[in-house]
Ligand binder design. Structure first.
Ligand code: AMP
Length: 112
């Protein structure tokens, strides 16, 4: 069965897509935690960061390249935060890995 992000990839549910290529897709988070909150995901199904395999290194590394492309595209010059949650305590709620791209306000540290 497809997960929610696979349905977005396959255009079965709507999303506001910012970027797409053969390996990845990026779209606005439905519940934004910053003025700009985008999710960058691989098209390949990897359920949790801890299950990223050696053969996935290129795919996962590509997500960071996409973050740079998006920052350039949206003229984000004052910085952005990239976050990937793994498991229950970290707040992972969708089991298809995704890099949160957060920008547009001063972000506090440590995160809550
Ligand atoms: P996480 O809690 O790290 O697993 O992040 C999952 C994120 O997916 C949350 O920030 C949700 O707001 C977001 N999300 C869930 N469903 C959708 C959707 N249909 N479109 C866009 N973002 C979504």
């Amino acid at each position: 069965m497809k997960n929610i992000f696979e349905k977005i990839i396959d255009r079965e549910i709507p999303s506001d897509i910012v970027y797409e290529d053969d390996i990845s897709i990026a779209f606005y988070d439905i519940n934004p935690q910053a003025p700009t909150h985008i999710l960058i995901i691989p098209k390949k199904r990897i359920t949790r960061p801890e299950l990223i395999d050696k053969i996935d290194e290129e795919v996962v590394g590509h997500l960071f390249t996409v973050a740079r492309i998006i920052a350039n595209k949206l003229n984000i010059s004052k910085g952005y935060r990239l976050v990937m949650n793994n498991g229950e305590d970290a707040g992972q709620s969708v089991f298809h890995i995704h890099l949160h791209f957060l920008a547009g306000r001063k972000l506090s540290w440590p995160p809550g």
